[in-house]
Write a protein that binds this ligand. Structure first.
Ligand code: BTN
Length: 268
């Protein structure tokens, strides 16, 4: 592990001025999954906004039961505990994707885009992934937003992985060394802002999401509830999902939480 940007609570908190996200910051040297640690803190409402980071995960998980692999100290691995009475999973997904893309773009001077629903892409390659988990507690929904950002991996790191799409890291794209503490501060700041916006004015998040999202056009194959569907993508409704025109002419909407794109003619 490279020690020069070792995650540090004091450095991350130095320039932090947020309302909810970042209410507390925990850093682990190694844990199974930062999402699990966040859930362990979810019974106490005072922990709303807690951010859990780890240098290493031994059982990091991705969407749809996939593993999320990362060598120690190479990524920013973060989970945020967030309770919002009026915010849907779609709202959390969109707000988190916008926040993560903007945090990467601003800290690393890159143009990060969002591939529906919430993969973060730079130059056509995946640089970050987001896993939103939810549980019903009392009268409201509690979310854990797990974010993995590839930071220091070199080009060859992803070669042996069986990946659904090509992957990259921030250093790989910039040819510079990203400071993960600065990225963490920026990520917390953006999440705090965009999750508050999502709670009060989802249309503003949708507009920003549209500006940042890649275009998905033409014939698309996707997996929904373990079944494959193919059709022509005729649009994305950020709040409802991906709209496919099926071969029989019918339109079908696939929601973000249960869908993964397997193949697409055009992703720009
Ligand atoms: C994806 O499949 O694209 C989502 C990947 C999410 C990975 C992050 S890393 C931090 C947090 N802890 C986990 O176990 N998963 C998420």
């Amino acid at each position: 592990m490279n020690d020069c940007d070792k995650l540090d609570v004091d450095i991350i908190g130095e320039n932090l001025d947020t309302q909810v996200v970042g209410s507390d910051v925990l850093i682990f040297q190694s844990t199974a999954s930062t999402n699990d640690i966040a859930w362990e803190h979810s019974t106490n409402p005072d922990n709303n906004g807690l951010c859990v980071f780890a240098e290493n995960q031994t059982a990091g998980r991705g969407r749809r039961g996939n593993k999320w692999l990362s060598a120690s100290g190479q990524s920013l691995l973060c989970s945020v505990l967030f309770t919002a009475p009026h915010l849907t999973a779609e709202g959390v997904t969109l707000g988190s994707a916008v926040a993560t893309a903007l945090a990467i773009s601003e800290t690393a001077s890159l143009q990060a885009k969002i591939k529906w629903p919430n993969d973060i892409i730079v130059n056509g390659k995946k640089i970050a992934g987001i896993l939103v988990e939810s549980r019903r507690t009392h009268n409201s929904l509690t979310y854990v937003i797990g974010i993995g950002i590839n930071c220091h991996q070199n080009e060859t790191f992803f070669d042996d992985e069986d990946l659904a799409m090509p992957a990259t890291s921030i250093d790989n794209e910039t040819q510079q060394f990203i400071d993960r503490n600065s990225l963490a501060t920026q990520l917390i700041t953006k999440l705090d802002h965009w999750l508050q916006v999502a709670s009060n004015d989802i249309d503003s998040v949708v507009n920003q999401w549209k500006i940042l999202s890649t275009q998905l056009l033409g014939h698309v194959t996707l997996e929904f509830n373990q079944k494959r569907f193919s059709g022509n993508c005729i649009g994305i409704d950020p709040a409802k999902g991906l709209i496919l025109q099926m071969e029989d002419g019918q339109e079908k909407i696939f929601n973000a939480t249960q869908t993964t794109i397997v193949k697409a003619d055009t992703i720009k």
